[in-house]
Design a protein around this ligand. Structure first.
Ligand code: ATP
Length: 311
C-alpha cells in the first residue's frame, strides 16, 4: 500500500509543477507582440549610423510626453525630462507616480501618445527599437544570477570581453571584496541563484554585467528593500562612479541613495513637478519634503560615507 501511494503523491507533485510551468509559458506566449516597425526608420536628413554625437548633448530627452496604458487615463501628462551625459539623474515620487512607466517608454516597450523621446538628440521614432536599446543597459530590482562562475555572470552578454575590461567593471561595481572572498576569485562558482552573495552584491554583479556593454545610458531601478546600510552606501558610491562613465537614470525608492545625485526629478500626478538637488527640493517641493520626512532624511551634509561604513 505504501509504495503505490508514494508513487501517486510523486505523480501529483509532478503534475502540479508541470501546471505551474505551463502557466508561466502561457503567460509569456500571450504577451502582446510589439508593434511592427517601418522597415527603414530614419530621421529626415540624418544618417544615424554615421552621425557623430557631441558628448555634451543630453543622452536622453523626454519632450512633453503624454502616455497612458489606456489612452483615456494618462499616467504621464506632458513630462519633460533631460538626462545629461556623465550625470546622475534620479526619478522619485509616490508609488504609482509613473517612474517605471518612464523606463518602459525609454526601453520602447510602449510609444508615447504624444510628445517625443530623443536619444542623443535624435527622435526615437527615427531609430529602430534595436538602435535605441543598443544605447541602454537596464538593471532592475530582479537581479538574475545564473549558475556558474562570477566571471560567467559578469560576461554573460559579452562572453569574449578582454580581461582588462572585466577587471575595470569589477572595480567600478566594487566587487573586489567578493573576488577576494570567493574561493577561485573570478573563476569561483556562485552557486544556485547566487546563494553565496548578499542582495547588494547580486545587485552589483548585475551592474558590472551592464557596465561591460559600455552603455550610453544606464537605467537603474534601485532595490526597495533588503539592502543593509553597508550595501546601501556601497551602491551610492558605485552610482556616483558609474555616472562618470555614462548617463545614469535611477528610480529611487529610498532617497538616501540618491541625495547626492546631480539632479532629482519629482514625479507627481503624471508630471515632472519639481527638479533640483536634494537641498533645493527640500526647500521648494512639498512632495519631496513629505517623501524625505517619511524616510527621516535631513539635508545631505558632507561627502558620501566611506565605503563599508554604516551610517
Ligand atoms: P512604484 O513606485 O510603486 O513602482 P511607479 O511610480 O513606478 O510606482 P508605475 O509602475 O509607472 O508607477 O505605474 C503608474 C500607473 O500605471 C499605476 O497606476 C499603475 O497601476 C499603472 N500601470 C503600470 N503598469 C501598467 C500596465 N502594464 N498596464 C496597465 N497599467 C499599468
Amino acid at each position: 500500500l505504501v509504495l503505490p501511494l508514494s508513487s501517486v503523491f510523486r505523480a501529483v507533485g509532478l503534475i502540479q509543477r508541470g501546471m505551474g510551468a505551463y502557466a508561466r509559458v502561457e503567460q509569456a506566449l500571450t504577451l502582446p507582440a510589439e508593434p511592427v516597425e517601418p522597415t527603414t526608420p530614419r530621421c529626415p536628413g540624418t544618417a544615424p549610423a554615421v552621425r557623430v554625437v557631441p558628448r555634451e548633448e543630453p543622452v536622453l530627452e523626454l519632450r512633453d510626453v503624454t502616455f497612458g496604458y489606456d489612452p483615456d487615463r494618462p499616467v504621464l501628462r506632458g513630462v519633460d525630462l533631460t538626462v545629461p551625459y556623465r550625470r546622475q539623474t534620479a526619478l522619485v515620487g509616490r508609488s504609482g507616480a509613473g517612474k517605471s512607466t518612464v523606463f518602459a517608454l525609454v526601453a520602447r516597450f510602449y510609444e508615447p501618445d504624444s510628445g517625443a523621446l530623443l536619444f542623443d538628440g535624435l527622435p526615437a521614432t527615427g531609430l529602430t527599437r534595436a538602435a535605441c536599446r543598443a544605447r541602454i543597459a537596464v538593471v532592475d530590482q530582479n537581479t538574475h544570477v545564473v549558475h556558474g562562475t562570477l566571471r560567467d555572470n559578469i560576461t554573460y552578454a559579452v562572453p569574449d570581453a578582454p580581461e582588462a575590461e572585466v577587471r575595470r567593471v569589477v572595480e567600478l561595481a566594487r566587487l573586489d571584496d567578493v573576488v577576494r572572498r570567493l574561493p577561485g576569485g573570478l573563476s569561483g562558482m556562485l552557486g544556485e541563484r547566487g546563494g553565496t552573495l548578499s542582495g547588494g552584491e547580486r545587485q552589483r554583479v548585475a551592474l558590472a554585467r551592464a557596465l561591460l556593454a559600455r552603455p550610453r545610458l544606464l537605467l537603474l531601478d534601485e532595490p526597495t528593500s533588503h539592502l543593509d546600510a553597508i550595501n546601501e552606501s556601497a551602491l551610492a558610491r558605485v552610482m556616483k562612479d558609474v555616472a562618470g562613465e555614462c548617463a545614469l537614470l535611477v528610480i529611487a525608492h529610498r532617497l538616501s541613495t540618491v541625495q547626492h545625485a546631480d539632479r532629482i526629478v519629482v514625479l507627481e500626478d503624471g508630471r515632472a513637478a519639481a527638479c533640483g538637488t536634494h537641498e533645493e527640493l527640500l526647500a521648494v517641493s512639498p512632495v519631496y519634503r513629505e517623501l524625505a520626512a517619511g524616510q527621516m532624511l535631513r539635508p545631505a551634509s558632507g561627502p558620501l560615507p566611506a565605503a563599508g561604513t554604516a551610517r
